[in-house]
Ligand binder design. Structure first.
Ligand SMILES: [Zn+2]
Length: 222
């Protein structure tokens, strides 16, 4: 299993196609995937994005630098490339994606519950809690159901969990903190991402303060 970061990894795949123009000159000159303006026809005159393996136009390069300085990074969801027809095609990948949009909000909703004492959804199978000690992740598992987890589901959970920790973004606490720039913020040091697999909804909760539990991954049966 390979997990993709939506929409960053799809934009990068789009750029891989666009980049060929600079060596073979076939087809249309690519536009900047960040703003839609034409790229300079000499690759190196454009700017390598600070946040993705994509060359963007010079203006976008300066804008990124300014925004980084002001800690107001433009979300990938606002990039021009999202509206590219080819983006929709590439999006049909079968790999699970990490996104900032929760597609399963209804499992949390119970109007009688106070937000702070919100009940664990009945569909929660298990969750993991991890902390980073400066060298590696330490993970503890919590089982939420009375019955043991069916084998196909526990395999699906294992595969997702392993694939997540193989992502460069989850290599260390530092790389996870960088990823949080593009996650859904809850507070200054708390961020969410969401995913799903065939039988599971997955909520990834990231806490960026060191010497804390930094990562909770909740698995819910669909
Ligand atoms: Zn641009």
């Amino acid at each position: 299993m390979k997990i993709e970061l939506y929409p960053k990894n799809i934009l990068e795949a789009l750029w891989k196609k666009d980049k060929k123009w600079f060596s073979d000159g076939n087809g249309q000159r690519p536009v900047c995937l960040r703003c839609g303006n034409p790229l300079n026809d000499r690759l190196m005159v454009n700017s390598l994005s600070r946040h993705a393996k994509i060359y963007i136009c010079q203006q976008c390069g300066s804008d990124e630098a300014m925004r980084d300085y002001g800690k107001a990074v433009m979300p990938f969801e606002n990039w021009y490339g999202i509206s590219d027809k080819r983006f929709q095609e590439l999006q049909k990948s079968k790999n699970p994606m990490l996104t900032t949009r929760c597609a399963f909000l209804e499992i949390f909703q119970n109007p009688d519950d106070d937000k702070n004492t919100r009940k664990r959804p009945d569909s929660e199978i298990s969750y993991s809690r991890s902390d980073y000690d400066g060298y590696r992740w330490w993970t503890t598992w919590f089982h939420c159901q009375q019955e043991p987890t069916p084998e196909n589901l526990s395999k699906e959970i294992d595969r997702f969990q392993n694939a997540l920790f193989c992502m460069p973004e989850f290599k260390t606490l530092g790389t996870m903190q960088n990823l949080c720039t593009f996650a859904e913020p809850v507070g200054d040091s708390e961020f969410n991402l969401y995913s799903e697999t065939l039988h599971l909804y997955i909520w990834i909760r990231m806490l960026t303060q060191p010497r804390n539990y930094n990562l909770y991954i909740h698995y819910y049966k669909k």
